[in-house]
Ligand binder design. Structure first.
Ligand code: F6R
Length: 256
């Protein structure tokens, strides 16, 4: 696992944006796994500004609320079109977001896994992290081998996400999310985290034991996982100085 610590969310995001941009230039038909929430907003803004060619890119989003109409302002369909897809030349047919309104949700989940496989697997998965360590919406005690399925949000996550909905009551209880096993199959994983509220979850994920109580800790087993953090999110890492030194002294050929 590589841990990159930068002073600000903007600086940490720029490193992530360079990695995505390089992939899209080197592999114009890349398959991206995408996240929603506050964290990737800067990344999507930066990618839009880079004026990349998205015409052959395929995307799979991590998750979606169950029962929220697709045109609801807080659905992840709305989020993705508002914050990224509308601003780039992506082919609508190559965009995949789980359907949280389907009658047969287990069928939707199985089909989602199949489509990821048919696309050749995910080249690069973008992740945020919940204050409880969730990735996607794989809440604590999710199976580390899980696949796309229904999950129930924890009270903590519903409280955290109340800021988008105005009040906690309006946050749906159920979601469809890629599983941890699904995420682990991405060839490369890039987790972004900003702010001191993420520091505990990040420290446990990177330096704690691998445990289903912190689902992001499964990334310790991923051969190509990178965390891009600001100083707040990195503030509880015991070996922060070491990670900074490693990054500052990388040979040029290893730099993103
Ligand atoms: C969103 C997702 C979640 C978020 C996490 C952090 O698609 O999968 O894991 O990344 O809840 O959310 P923010 O970025 O809003 O703090």
């Amino acid at each position: 696992m590589e841990i990159v610590i930068q002073e600000t969310p903007e600086a940490a995001t720029e490193i992530a944006a360079m990695i995505v941009a390089r992939l899209l230039r080197e592999k114009p038909d890349a398959v991206l796994g995408l996240a929603t929430g506050s964290t990737p907003l800067l990344l999507y803004r930066s990618l839009i500004e880079k004026k990349l060619d998205w015409s052959r890119v395929t995307t799979f989003n991590l998750d979606e609320y169950i029962g929220l109409p697709q045109d609801h302002p807080q659905s992840y369909h709305s989020f993705m079109w508002t914050n990224l897809f509308r601003h780039v030349n992506i082919d609508r047919a190559r965009v995949h977001i789980p359907d949280g309104n389907a009658k047969d949700i287990p069928g939707v989940c199985a089909a989602y896994e199949k489509r990821i496989r048919a696309a050749g697997g995910i080249d690069l998965q973008i992740l945020g992290i919940g204050t409880d360590g969730h990735i996607g919406f794989n809440e604590p005690t999710s199976s580390l081998a899980s696949r796309t399925r229904i999950k129930t949000l924890t009270p903590q996550t519903r409280k955290d996400n109340a800021r988008f909905f105005g009040d906690e009551e309006s946050v749906p209880h159920h979601v469809v999310t890629m599983g941890i096993g699904t995420i682990m199959e991405a060839r490369e994983v890039l987790l972004l985290a900003f702010g001191a509220q993420k520091a505990q979850a990040v420290a446990e994920a990177a330096e704690g034991p691998m445990t289903a109580i912190n689902p992001a800790s499964a990334l310790q087993m991923h051969p190509e996982a990178r965390f891009c953090l600001d100083t707040g999110a990195a503030s509880k890492l015991q070996r922060a100085e070491y990670y900074r030194w490693v990054y500052d002294n990388k040979p040029d050929w290893q730099r993103p």
